[in-house]
Ligand binder design. Structure first.
Ligand code: NDP
Length: 334
């Protein structure tokens, strides 16, 4: 099995020197074990947080151990009746082409719907889709008629969030992303009413004001910093934010300036709620039913950027942090 391990804790942007590739000879299966040939592994922004040794909601990666994280693959050898050869499974054994572990670590999945590939279970019908669903509906308490702003709108969470907001009756959905191509996709493909490039002038604050002259009810924050500040500026009274991520600062070596207008939280009676999807897996069944149905009916699209080869996992991760993905970034290992 080819596996990627973290060997240094990066300061600022990770480099390939912070990782190493190893080859592991797998033993014969022990009773209770299965062997899974991965089809796709997930690279995710939260992994950057786990590369440093700090207190967080999940423990840091252990140096010299194989990178864990979401993956989907097929059982190729099995000792248990529940997971026969050929079963599609998801698991958290991460950056390796073959995973061999106790059956309890794998969850059986139905084959991907329609002509989607199994990677959809890492994206729109997986963790990032659930994050969008929970963040909008449970955390930000989206109401029909709301005006919604979503940052990081062309990424995995953002593409799902824009489409879910629209289907749940938002009146106006505004997105920001980092290129002209992505901005065009937001309105042409992901159901956004208006979109802007946060790298363009004028400021995010001004571009959001222009896109939402009457203000916003809901902000889904994937970025933090200047985007959160812009949202605080544009909120209507009683506005609600789901604080999902702050990718603008994940590789920063200096303190990123926080919003200078936090007092608006008081004067406008705003509710800003942070969340991590791991505390909301109880909503997975409802999410699977509702978003799965939308996908089957063609009301929701799933897009992804696919990087081939386990050896390119680090490049895929760094590309994700640089914005080289549209929709979910995945590594194809098969
Ligand atoms: P994405 O697919 O959105 O990929 C990351 C994107 O971030 C890039 O494509 C890039 O797009 C954008 N980006 C990078 N740097 C910046 C910057 N300085 N300012 C603005 N945008 C930037 O990743 P995910 O959908 O997986 O995750 C999105 C966010 O959601 C992240 O913050 C992540 O940590 C968070 N998250 C939180 C979860 C939770 O449980 N709370 C669960 C899953 C994700 P662009 O070209 O537009 O710059």
């Amino acid at each position: 099995s080819t596996q990627i391990q973290l060997v240094n804790r990066p300061h600022g942007w990770p480099t390939s020197d912070d990782f190493r590739t190893i080859t592991v000879d797998l033993d014969d299966l022990a009773p209770g074990q299965v062997r899974v040939a991965n089809e796709f592994i997930s690279v995710d922004p939260y992994m950057r947080g786990r590369m440093i040794d700090t207190r967080s909601y999940i423990p840091p990666f252990v140096l010299g151990e194989t990178m864990t994280g979401g993956a989907v693959g097929r059982v190729v050898e099995s000792t248990v009746d529940d997971l026969p050869v050929g079963t599609l499974v998801s698991h958290q054994y991460g950056w390796r082409d073959v995973a061999q572990e106790d059956a309890a670590g794998f969850r059986a999945l139905p084959d991907a719907p329609g002509d989607a590939s199994s990677s959809i279970y890492l994206g729109t019908l997986g963790m990032t889709g659930l994050t969008a669903y929970v963040g909008l509906l449970t955390i930000a308490r989206l109401q029909p008629g709301d005006t919604v702003f979503i940052s990081g709108a062309a990424g995995a969470v953002g593409t799902a969030a824009g489409q879910i907001a629209r289907l749940k009756g938002a009146d106006r959905v505004i997105g920001s992303a980092g290129s002209a191509e992505k901005v065009a996709l937001l309105t042409d493909r992901y159901g956004y009413d208006a979109a802007f490039n946060y790298k363009d002038e004028p400021s995010v604050r001004k571009q959001l004001r222009e896109a939402a002259p009457d203000g916003i009810d809901v902000y889904f924050d994937n970025v933090g910093g200047d985007h959160l500040e812009a949202a605080l500026d544009s909120f209507k009274d009683g506005g609600r934010a789901a604080l999902c991520g702050a990718i603008a600062q994940y590789n920063s070596t200096t303190k990123t300036p926080g919003p200078s207008n936090m007092a608006n939280i008081i004067t406008r009676g705003l509710t800003l709620t942070g969340f991590t999807v791991g505390h909301h897996f109880d909503q997975a069944a409802e999410f699977n039913r509702e978003v799965g149905q939308w996908f089957a009916e063609g009301k929701v699209v799933h897009d992804e950027t696919v990087i081939d080869g386990i050896d390119n996992a680090v490049d895929a991760f760094l590309g994700l942090m640089r914005g080289e993905n549209t929709g979910k970034m995945v590594v194809r290992t098969a």
